[in-house]
Design a protein around this ligand. Sequence first.
Ligand SMILES: *Cc1c(COP(=O)(O)O)cnc(C)c1O
Length: 364
Amino acid sequence: MAKQIITAGTVVGEYEEKYVLDAVRNLGNPDHFKDYVYRFEAEFAKRLGVKHAFAVVNGTAALHLGLLALGVGKGDEVIIPDMTYIACANVVSYTGATPILVDIDPVSWCLNPKAVKRAITPRTKAIMPVWMYGSVPAMDELKSFGIPIIEDSCPAFGAYYKGSHAGTIGEVGAFSFQGAKVLATGEGGMLVTNSDEINERARKLADMGITKRQFWHDERGYMYEMAPILAAVGLGQLQHADEMVQKKRQIYEWYRKRLAYTEFGTNSENESPNYWMSSIVVRTPEERDKIREHLKRNGIDTRPFFYPISMFGLYEKKVGNIELGNSYSYYVGLRGINLPSRVDLEERDIEFVYEKIKECIKNR
Ligand SMILES: *Cc1c(COP(=O)(O)O)cnc(C)c1O
């Protein structure tokens, strides 16, 4: 069978192995076993132009800690997009707060500021814009409501809004290094913030609520810190991260040249996505299934978009007694396809994917 064309996944560069080996050799050294964690955090913060970066077990933990550090808890509401990864709703509910599922923008596929405005109540404690597939939320409009912002920038390493890196625009931001992301450590995450207070709160809660006194805990915490060996992988990935983001943009351009349907992205020139995933939205859910099956038969892996969370019956799309419409979340969520966007793809692979998509849609 021909080469499998894969949707996502990183490539390993020159430094990952070298750093991991060094990290393993230092594991037994009480003064140095966490060196790679500190180096990864310092270099990540420097790259993003943010004061603090705190390495954690995954992106979900970074989001959870971010909410806790903002003081979100029982009785509060947090506004999130309906079409997003389930983690966004779950972390809100872990704190005892209620996720309010709000519609997306049809172009950026990120939180729709008009819908957010209608969903704000006196209980709204935070807004969580998601940088969906690496595209850029309308950050200025979302900030204008004066409510703390926690950015789910999990997949958005290398994406910018008006020159500011994803995750650094709100009060706190979260990144994921899960294996499919641009910058990957297998599993892993990072919390970033310019606030000393949020950084300190997050670090304390991620170490079982530890105080300055050894083994003395004055609140219930979690075990969320990143393992040093994964930090070594992350530091290695950072050394060639620019090239990987560059390649994502190139892949997007290759698709864009061929597919008028590749309408993901930018509402304005202020927005610079990282094109983690090149994606299309087709006409009907049935057409999506047909295309995905045809591609699969030809060795081409794709992914469906996230289903709107409100479909699962786990969380309601309601503010008080008012039902929210969320029609764009349903339109896009049921018709979107992430196309192969792995950084090692070449233009002839993209051409092949395009040919196969064309075979499906030529008769409609
Ligand atoms: C990947 C991702 C996450 C979760 O990250 P994990 O590291 O798997 O916990 C959350 N939100 C979005 C938008 C993501 O793409």
